[in-house]
Structures are given as structure tokens and as C-alpha cells.
Design a protein around this ligand. Structure first.
Ligand SMILES: Nc1ncnc2c1ncn2[C@@H]1O[C@H](COP(=O)(O)OP(=O)(O)OP(=O)(O)O)[C@@H](O)[C@H]1O
Ligand SMILES: [Mg+2]
Length: 307
């Protein structure tokens, strides 16, 4: 039987008049990577702080390893490794000293994994923290968190400020955690950043979870948007399986844009190539695309929100 590592039901939290969390329900089963997506201010960090016992919930229920994060934080914390959304560093210590300090604060030691991470993230641990760029400050938190052997990893926007190469290094580390059977909660505001790592995705907006499912269930999330120009008409291509919302940009139908299911990408690319591609761009769906999709499906249901 798979253990449920995180379980949230109808979680609520207000700060004065601001209701940061209105209805947050999701679960993280053991050994899975869960992408927690939402725009700025949607409630990701607030949810994470409740999970870590840093904030007290107002309503609903929250459990980590089946325990209450507010009351049982002492037994939960040794099993969790965390990267905060706002990384604070002591300015006069070097990156290396801070990494070791963060490790000791969590009852861990600098280990072989720490050295490996310093190398693969190409991090210079000798400089004072006040001289680090945003990306380097983020690396301090990443290296400390990934050096710890834990059962649950909670990463709040871990790749903020990282360049694409370091982002890829981070993604590969998460895939290694997953292969080792660890559970990971990963927050982000960019869908394409987390998609490769996640078994399931939860989308939060204005304190309410609006989408929740595994990637297959959320197939519509993984459609790519294609813009293409060819030398022959695309009229027949429009009829292919997996193509949605095609619009033509010219009378001869040699310029088009459409969404395509990833599963059909190969067949669609073959069909496009047969019509001699002149130009082609593909863009992954953004969170905004998903919100549009959500509101198209839930027309008018928003009107009840103003009570
Ligand atoms: N300590 C606090 N006091 C008052 N309001 C707060 C506090 N923390 C968060 N909020 C408010 O709660 C809402 C949710 O904030 P939260 O930090 O959880 O969002 P987020 O999804 O993590 O955003 P971001 O992507 O910018 O990190 C926001 O309206 C924010 O202003
Ligand atoms: Mg945040």
C-alpha cells in the first residue's frame, strides 16, 4: 500500500482581511513528484509554510507523514528537506560556510554528495555571500537541501534565478530523488519548468486549487502550440488526429497555427515535413493558457466567488 506523504483537505488561511488560502485540497503519494503551480500571490508559499509548521492554518486539515505539521513539527522536520521561496544568506559568511551551517542546523554534515553538487552546479563556495548573484544565492539553498538525505523534499520555486544549464542540472537531481523513491513537492509558476519531473500537477489560483491530476489526465496541459509555414496547402493536415484550434493565416492555407497533443507530434511533424516546411516554431502551454482553458470549461462559475 502506498503511503500518503502529504494530505491537505480544504485548507484555509487568512492574513487579516486577505484570504490567502480559500480551498486547497491535494495529496502527495509516496515516491511521487508533485508540481505545485500558480502565479505570484496565489498561495504556494503559504501552503508550504503550513506544511512546515511555520504558519498555523485557520481551517481544513493538513497532514505530513500522517501527523499534524503545527503540533508534530519536531518529529516531521528530520524527515524533510526544504528550499525556501526567499533565500536569506548571512552576508559575511562564504557560500561554503553557509551550506555547512544549513546542513548542521538540520542535523546533517557536509558529505560526498555536497562536494558532488558544488561541482555539478559549478559553484564557487569560497566567496562571501554578499558578493553572490541571485543564481548563486539560489545554488547555496539548492546544494544544502539536495545534500540532505530526507524522505520528503519541499522546494519552493527552486530554480528562480538559475540559468537553463543549471536548471537542467537541478531537474536531473530531482529525477534522481524520484528514482530513489523519495517524495517531492515542487512549486513553480512556469509549467514547462516542472513538467519533465512531475508525476502529477496541482494548479492553484487565488487560494483555490483549480486543476489536479496526473499528466495523462491533464493531457490538455501538454499540448504544444505550433506556428508553421509550408510550400504546400495544409488543408489536409488540419484533419489529422491530435490537432486542435487550427487557424490559417493566408488563403492558400500554407500558413497556420494550431495546438497539437504531444502523443500525435510525430505523425503531425511527418505530415508537415511532406508539405515542405519553410518555418516552424513550437511553444509549450503557459499557465495563462491553462487558466483560459479552465475558465472556458467552468463558464460563469466564478460569479459565486464574491460572497
Ligand atoms: N505574512 C503575510 N502577511 C500578510 N499577507 C501575506 C503573508 N504571506 C502571504 N500573504 C499574502 O497571501 C497571498 C499568498 O501569498 P504566497 O506568498 O503564498 O503566494 P505565492 O503563490 O507563494 O506567490 P509567489 O509566486 O510570488 O511566491 C498573497 O496575497 C500575499 O500577499
Ligand atoms: Mg512564494
Amino acid at each position: 500500500m502506498t503511503e500518503t506523504i502529504i494530505k491537505l483537505e480544504h485548507l484555509q488561511k487568512s492574513f487579516g482581511k486577505v484570504q490567502a488560502l480559500k480551498d486547497v485540497t491535494f495529496a502527495l503519494p509516496q515516491g511521487e513528484v508533485l508540481g505545485f503551480l500558480g502565479p505570484n500571490g496565489s498561495g504556494k508559499s503559504t501552503t508550504i509554510r503550513i506544511l512546515l509548521g511555520m504558519l498555523k492554518k485557520d481551517g481544513g486539515s493538513a497532514a505530513v507523514f500522517g501527523e499534524d505539521p503545527w503540533h508534530d513539527d519536531l518529529s516531521i522536520h528530520p524527515r524533510v528537506s526544504y528550499i525556501p521561496g526567499d533565500v536569506y544568506l548571512w552576508p559575511n559568511l562564504s557560500g561554503g560556510e553557509i551550506i555547512d551551517l544549513l546542513l548542521r542546523l538540520n542535523d546533517h554534515e557536509h558529505n560526498a554528495k555536497t562536494d558532488e553538487l558544488i561541482k555539478i552546479f559549478q559553484f564557487d563556495p569560497k566567496k562571501k555571500a554578499r558578493t553572490y548573484s541571485k543564481g548563486n544565492r539560489q545554488k547555496v539553498a539548492l546544494i544544502a537541501a539536495l545534500s540532505q538525505d530526507a524522505e520528503l523534499y519541499i522546494f519552493d520555486e527552486p530554480t528562480a534565478g538559475l540559468d537553463p544549464l543549471n536548471e537542467l542540472t537541478f531537474q536531473n537531481e530531482v529525477l534522481k530523488l524520484k528514482a530513489a523513491g523519495k517524495s517531492v513537492l515542487l512549486s513553480s509558476h512556469i509549467l514547462s519548468e516542472v513538467e519533465r519531473m512531475c508525476d502529477a500537477i496541482v494548479i492553484i489560483r487565488e487560494g483555490v486549487v483549480i486543476e489536479n491530476g496526473n499528466l495523462a489526465q491533464l493531457q490538455h496541459l501538454s499540448r504544444l502550440h505550433i506556428k508553421v509555414q509550408t510550400k504546400k496547402s495544409l488543408e489536409e493536415v488540419a484533419k489529422l488526429k491530435g490537432i486542435h484550434e487550427i487557424h490559417f493565416g493566408d488563403d492558400a492555407k500554407m500558413i497556420a497555427d494550431f495546438d497539437v497533443d504531444r502523443a500525435e507530434m510525430g505523425a503531425v511533424m511527418d505530415a508537415l515535413a511532406a508539405r515542405e516546411i519553410v518555418d516552424l516554431t513550437s511553444t509549450p502551454p503557459t499557465l495563462e493558457d491553462l487558466f483560459m482553458h479552465y475558465y472556458a470549461e467552468h463558464q460563469g462559475s466564478d460569479q459565486h466567488d464574491t460572497q
